[in-house]
Design a protein around this ligand. Structure first.
Ligand code: PGA
Length: 250
């Protein structure tokens, strides 16, 4: 039986969409999903920073929640190139994605960076969406559990039991992101159940309510089977959601 009676579906558009692209994507998505507004579905879109202000004008009175792809852990200061929680509030963001695999592996952010960001996002009233996942080598060496539990224990170190009620986790195996390789539904369930166990050790009953999303080459042909699993509460989609109609198909 499913743990949560709500499905969470979102897309991170990475560095693919301009302001105009994002606006047309969101306008289409909003129209195509209007009939789902009252269903037990939380729909969210995480566009580029430059698109957020205009995206907010389209999503603010809709059922679509708006997210940011990253965030600095300070409100202001000498952090050239960074975006602060205050700035994200100004443009209607409610979800902050933290520790996406590309942040970790391309930009060399570590678990301690994620800890500062999740703490700040929670204190600022956002929904922190902490992304975790093991690499292929870690998986082949049997280190998936250790890797994920370290990412959770460090990344969530400063999160309180109360703040945990607003936390979302995305399990995105690095070997599956943008590669066309997906975890099987059974593999996803096994890892998600493990993640919930690690969360329960820290947060107790709140872990039962924490949405754990799957990400990594999710597409219409595999999504239903993966999302049907007990501990999989939805998905974070990249490539297969770049067109609104494809996202809706998922
Ligand atoms: P993908 O990306 O669906 O293209 O594999 C997932 C992600 O990076 O969140």
């Amino acid at each position: 039986m499913k743990k949560l009676n709500r499905l969470y579906l979102g897309t991170n558009t990475k560095m693919y969409k301009t302001i105009a692209d994002t606006a047309s994507f969101l306008t289409q998505l909003r129209q195509l999903t209007e009939d789902l507004a009252d269903s037990p579905l939380t729909l969210f879109v995480i566009p580029s920073f430059t698109s957020l202000e205009s995206a907010n004008r389209i999503t603010s009175r809709s059922h679509i929640r708006l997210g940011a792809q990253n965030m600095c852990w300070e409100d202001q200061g000498q952090f050239t190139g960074e975006i602060s929680p205050v700035m994200l509030k100004e443009v209607g963001v409610s979800v902050v994605e933290i520790g996406h695999s590309e942040r970790r592996h391309v930009f060399r952010e570590d678990d301690f960076d994620q800890e500062k960001k999740t703490a700040k996002a929670a204190q600022s009233g956002f929904t922190p969406l902490l992304c975790i996942g093991e690499t292929l080598i870690q998986r082949e060496y049997g280190l998936s559990g250790e890797t994920l539990s370290t990412q959770l224990k460090v990344g969530l170190h400063s999160i309180t039991g109360e703040q945990a009620k607003h936390l979302w986790i995305a399990y995105e195996p690095v070997w599956a992101i943008g590669t066309g390789k997906t975890a099987t539904a059974e593999q996803a369930q096994e890892i998600h159940a493990y993640i919930r166990k690690v969360l329960a050790a820290k947060f107790g009953a709140a872990a039962e309510e924490c949405p754990i999303l799957y990400g990594g080459s999710c597409k219409p042909s595999n999504a239903a089977e993966i999302f049907a699993k007990e501990d999989v509460d939805g998905g974070l989609i990249g490539g297969a959601a770049l067109k609104a109609e494809d996202f809706v198909a998922i």
